[in-house]
Design a protein around this ligand. Sequence first.
Ligand code: 0O2
Ligand code: 0O2
Length: 264
Amino acid sequence: MAMKDWKSFLTPYEQAVDELKVKLRSLRKEYRRKNEYSPIEFVTGRVKEVSSILEKANKFGIPIDRLQYEMEDIAGIRVMCQFVDDIDRVVEILRERKDMQILYEKDYVTNVKESGYRSYHMILKYPVNMADGQKEILAEFQIRTLAMNFWATIEHSLNYKYKQNLPSNIKKKLKSAADAAFRLDEEMLEIKDEIKDAQKLFEVKSDIISTVMNNILTLISIGKVAEASRYQMSLNKLLEEGEIWEFNNILYSIQRDIDKYKEM
Ligand code: 0O2
Ligand code: 0O2
């Protein structure tokens, strides 16, 4: 296939990756807006490089004119989760969606690959609307924890360097690193509630601080500069170690002052 043809062949895949990234990132935003825990930490996506497509087609004996039917990961979306059980939630959410059709799933979280690789894969059919009409393409979701992602990224780059012929000492090290990543996920899951509470606390604090900051700006805008700098100093003192109730006290007090000045 000439390079110009590759460009037009890959255009719908690029469109699909862009759309799917927006859709999955929006899910995260929606959870955050509702102040709820998001099972999605972050999302990345890519269209496979032409050289990797050719290499894979060669390995699996896929003729170029069958690529669109037989190569499932030309469009790839990666969803990273904080905890192992978030993966199940993401999978359930994706199974319910009406804008894509899940064809099949590969559970490498339970059935760890020989290399030590863990991740949950979903292969889907996704319609994209191009200038010359609708086209259905195949895409792959890889859903994994941050620890699984860390391991897979390192292992992938080593495999790239050694062209699949990893020296046995490195293979052994990677296997034990995979076990360590697995244990990390297990241990993090045990303290998930604690971690979620801490994250929630952080979010609540950030919300209060930004409201207080906005109120300080309001005070300045109505000419109450001295009061504004008094509140700014009180806020600064709390920033490192302040408790939620102390931040709330400042918030309550500054809002009361603003209401008072606005009535005058
Ligand atoms: P935010 O606010 O940082 O979450 P694009 O589609 O252009 O937005 P692109 O080219 O796909 O982004 O970039 P990439 O490398 O796929 O990264 C996509 C998003 O994942 C970016 O977020 C990165 O910040 C985020 N990301 C990448 N690696 C990590 C990581 O290790 N931890 C975390 N938490 N996020 C990561 P955005 O979309 O810029 O927004
Ligand atoms: P890329 O784009 O470079 O990541 P296979 O040859 O069996 O690995 P298959 O049968 O198409 O490939 O499907 P599989 O096993 O589900 O793998 C598809 C993708 O999962 C791979 O894409 C990798 O991204 C990822 N993957 C699978 N096994 C491993 C592994 O052992 N280590 C790492 N780091 N990633 C893995 P590609 O084709 O490698 O392309």
